[in-house]
Design a protein around this ligand. Structure first.
Ligand SMILES: Cc1ncc(COP(=O)(O)O)c(C=O)c1O
Length: 352
């Protein structure tokens, strides 16, 4: 009953084996080895983008911050969703790596925004007004921080607004694979083909140990990335170990297989608890993460039975057994079906 995070899961054996295979002898450091070149080519192949610049990084925050750092001037503002990870969960790393750019949350919903909302947010910044920020890049997260998805049409419409405003579009794809698997589309279809200029392409949450790729489709936009990466102390000398992970992740569609499995397990979990009295999904489950209101007594029964997940809103301690508390449930490929069945059983049997 482990649903706290896809970060909590193990490394997939095929990826671990690839790291061990890479652990042989001396090879050139700092990304000058054959495995790094091959893994970068593989990313380009998967994204059908032979010209793309690819950089391997150990964390998603690094990928987001360095991409945004490369795309943003210090006096610009980056547009993102209200609950964007870059806005609320990176302790100002994007602001630091852009040398002080600002972030402007967009839209009424907390998880995502639409093209009209973006247009109106951008139009609030006049290029003539030197006292304001200048409008800068736009960032969308796919899967969103609340487990929902942007459709390809929604991304295309957002990209059109970006093009009209002459600003680049970044995608935080910490769960890119889960989104592609859920939408049944290719990496290219969910990125440059709908107007995305740069992707933080996650692998860690979906079976890798620690590797994300910054994928920048226009080499001109990537010109400054490498120096920023160096300045940020984020150039891995033993690059082969990052590359080995990415190479294995993308071989024979492992990335989509693992994400599809995580999504399937999340759907099973959803089926198991849907319809229980007092259980209400805060957002539609669309991939491998869900946010669910459940009465306190249900949470207590689950926690007592050993379930492990985060409560996002409300306290487990409290007098009213019926008070709804918001739980966050995430599945990775390794979650056990037996744990899902047990979770549903305990939730269904819980009494105040
Ligand atoms: C949507 C999203 N973006 C970025 C990140 C950052 O990843 P990391 O913790 O590897 O820096 C996370 C991690 O939870 C995330 O959920």
């Amino acid at each position: 009953m482990k649903f706290a995070s896809d970060n909590n899961g193990p490394v997939h054996p095929k990826i671990m084996e690839a790291i061990v295979r890479a652990n042989e002898g001396h090879v050139p450091a700092y990304g000058n080895d054959a495995l790094t070149a091959a893994a970068k080519d593989k990313v380009r192949e998967v994204f059908e983008a032979p010209e793309a610049s690819v950089f391997f990084l150990p964390t998603g925050t690094a990928a987001n911050s360095l991409i945004l750092g490369s795309l943003t001037k210090p006096w610009e503002t980056i547009f993102c969703a209200n609950f964007a990870h870059i806005h609320v969960d990176e302790c100002h790393a994007p602001e630091a790596f852009t040398n002080g750019a600002k972030l402007t949350p967009v839209g009424k919903r907390i998880d995502k925004f639409n093209s009209e909302e973006l247009e109106s947010a951008i139009s609030a910044f006049s290029p003539e007004n030197m006292q304001q920020s200048a409008h800068g890049p736009v960032s969308v997260t796919q899967v969103t921080e609340r487990g929902t998805l942007y459709t390809l049409e929604e991304i295309r419409a957002i990209a059109q607004v970006c093009r009209n405003a002459r600003v680049p579009l970044h995608m935080d794809g910490a769960r890119f694979a889960n989104a592609a698997a859920a939408l049944g589309c290719t990496a290219a279809e969910m990125s440059w083909k709908v107007g995305v200029d740069a992707v933080s392409f996650g692998a860690t949450k979906n079976g890798a140990m620690a590797v994300e790729a910054a994928v920048i489709f226009d080499p001109v936009l990537a010109v400054e990335f490498r120096r920023r990466q160096q300045r940020a102390a984020l150039v891995f000398s033993k690059s082969r170990y990052l590359a080995a992970q990415m190479e294995a992740y993308l071989t024979d569609g492992l990335w989509l297989e693992l994400a599809g499995e995580a999504n399937r397990l999340a759907a099973l979990l959803e089926d198991g608890i849907e319809g229980i009295d007092g259980v209400k999904f805060a957002f539609k489950r669309e991939a491998n993460m869900m946010f669910v209101w459940m009465p306190r007594f249900v949470h207590r029964a689950l926690m007592e039975a050993g379930a492990y997940y985060y409560i996002e809103a409300g306290e487990l301690e409290g007098d009213d057994p019926h008070e709804p508390l918001l739980g966050r449930f995430v599945c990775d490929w390794s979650v056990e079906e037996a744990g899902i069945a047990r979770f549903a059983e305990v939730a269904q049997a819980a009494r105040p």
